[in-house]
Design a protein around this ligand. Sequence first.
Ligand code: PBG
Length: 346
Amino acid sequence: MRRLRRTPVLRRLVAETKLSVDDLVAPLFVREGLSGQDRVPIDTLAGQYQHSIGSLVAEAQQLIGLGIPALMLFGVVEQASKDDIGSAAFDPEAIVQRAIRALRESCGDEIVIMADLCIDEYTDHGHCGVLRSPNAKRLGNRIQQAPNAFDNSELGLEVDNDATIELYKKIALAQANAGVDVVAPSGMMDGQVGAIRTALDEAGYFEKIILSYSAKYASTLYGPFRDAVEVSLGANDDRRSYQQNPANRREALLEVELDISEGADIVMVKPAITCLDVIRDIRLASEVPVAAYQVSGEYAMIKAASQAGWIDEESTVLEQLLAIKRAGADIIITYFASDVARVLGR
Ligand code: PBG
């Protein structure tokens, strides 16, 4: 076996998997209230920023220069702009819509513009859906008299699937109107892909692509992201009633099957490195492009260990992205996108 491993060119010649800049999507954050070229460093994601629209556009131009084919946009708003239904997600003048318009104007079709489609960044409770209280009827007018006198456990608050989907349709249309190429629903509501496809088609947006976060596991690895978008989810609150249980593997195939039948063009698995088996299963079971999201916690762990001098950042990143690709991902969303593009371009 060692004959084919003797020299670097030989190893290159027989490599089964190759990482390319064409595989990469860069996630970017745009924050309301910043002006000019201002950007705010994100403490939990060393090297990543909350951008003003000006600095976002400059960053997108850099990505184009590096040959990166796509970016994924996330909005960040002030606490005062949040409400219980996440209106800042679908307001035509909201930060994400303004950012999409600015990117489209400056970048044309040189980079694929993807946008996260969810409300958790914009709700005052931090959930990906609207809440309802199944106990409200029983609590009756006591609740009307003093709505704030009850805590969450008394109200038994839960995420309302179908009411949430109505909001997702509005977000899809707002992003489409602004000029997005790809909407990426990440809230894990049942039926979200079908509803969004219908809403887009009815408005004549036949060409808009749906990249579905199909197999999204409830993971601690989203922690640094939640700081990046200043999410309001309480410390003891979680998303286990809508995101997948990490114990389950077959369930991911069912999620993907449903999403494809509802019209998903691309399906995604997330996190990446803890779900290589799932990526593999989906690659073998379906013919649509498969994306994997190397999430904030995966990025932060590599950054922290390399900053401590315990691992080499560049080779660790290349090894992990290669493993994600080898598992079967066609597309990798990673905060290391620019760094990797520079390395691959050397
Ligand atoms: C939800 C969303 C999340 C991420 C992407 N979209 C957060 C969550 O579900 O808690 C996480 C991305 C990352 O951790 O890098 N809008």
